[in-house]
Write a protein that binds this ligand. Structure first.
Ligand SMILES: Cc1cc2nc3c(=O)[nH]c(=O)nc-3n(C[C@H](O)[C@H](O)[C@H](O)COP(=O)(O)O)c2cc1C
Length: 183
């Protein structure tokens, strides 16, 4: 049986850490943003905001000064586009509700929207990498974000210089149980 289109796309997407310095057409970015915009979100608050960074100097600053120590990511600077996935927080859904439920919905929402973006990029022949190991305060200041908008993750976007190698996944039988959890 042939693999479903979505499964094929999910398997094809691999973090890319080697980019060509080839610009990404605006139309492709617009398609990715449109896919992200249709993501579901808690109370349909759509807290995502996307800051597209193509400017060479801003990208250089993010990649030189904006990453946390311990995980060198020199490859990121070659990516022609960096996207700051940001959360515009709502005091009730993202402040009060998590105090009751213990679940921080904004991060779930941004994750879903971000992956919509990533899969749309993959479908159009582009590659991405999520970057969570960055200095939130530094990037917030550098991009002059208002106090209500917080960068939650970064994405690099561009054309892969070489096909990235897939990373192993935990087999399903270790990930799924019925009705309860037993190791
Ligand atoms: C929320 C999140 C944060 C991540 N942060 C980083 C990062 O800071 N640097 C990096 O090189 N990769 C980062 N990654 C990529 C993961 O290392 C990668 O997705 C994982 O190893 C699986 O590999 P694959 O994406 O190639 O399938 C991150 C991924 C996610 C989802």
């Amino acid at each position: 049986m042939s693999e479903s289109k979505i499964l094929e796309l999910c398997k094809r997407r691999v973090s890319c850490r080697n980019y060509l310095e080839k610009p990404v057409p605006d139309e492709i970015i617009a398609n990715c943003l449109e896919a992200a915009r249709w993501a579901p979100s808690a109370c349909n608050k759509q807290p995502w905001r996307f800051v597209i960074v193509k400017d060479t100097e801003l990208r250089r600053k993010i990649c030189k000064e904006g990453f946390l120590p311990g995980v060198p990511m020199p490859w990121a600077q070659k990516a022609p586009v960096v996207i700051a996935l940001c959360a515009k927080t709502n005091p009730i859904t993202h402040g009060l509700a998590p105090m009751v439920s213990g679940i921080n919905y904004q991060y779930i929402d941004i994750g879903i929207a971000g992956e919509h973006f990533v899969l749309a990029a993959e479908e159009q022949g582009l590659s991405t990498c999520w970057i969570g190991w960055f200095k939130v305060k530094y990037v917030k200041k550098l991009l002059k974000l208002p106090s209500t908008v917080k960068p939650v993750c970064l994405l690099t976007l561009g054309y892969a210089a070489e096909p990235p190698s897939p990373v192993k996944r935990i087999p399903l039988d270790e990930l799924v149980r019925e009705n309860t959890w037993k190791d």
